[in-house]
Structure formats: C-alpha cells, structure tokens
Design a protein around this ligand. Structure first.
Ligand SMILES: [Zn+2]
Length: 45
C-alpha cells in the first residue's frame, strides 16, 4: 500500500515493522494513504 508524505509529496513505502513512521525524504511524520480511487472526503462540522 502506498503512502504519500504531506510535506514533500513524495510517495513513501511504509514498513509496519517500524514503530515510528516517517518520510525518508524530509523526515516528516505525517503520511496519508494513497488510494487509487474513491477518496472520501469528510467535512468536519
Ligand atoms: Zn516528506
């Protein structure tokens, strides 16, 4: 499954054997799942 760094927009492969997930390119810790289709957007209100 692919993820993408929200900071540098690079695709990141995540290995869940690691506890800490971070972008190998910029070190950012927030990654979003890359879904091929149907991205459901939820409005928080
Ligand atoms: Zn990054």
């Amino acid at each position: 499954m692919g993820y993408r760094c929200v900071n540098c927009k690079q695709p990141v492969e995540i290995n869940y054997e690691y506890r800490g997930v971070r972008c190998p390119y910029c070190g950012h810790r927030i990654l979003v799942k890359e879904r091929p289709v149907r991205i459901k957007q939820v409005l928080a209100k």
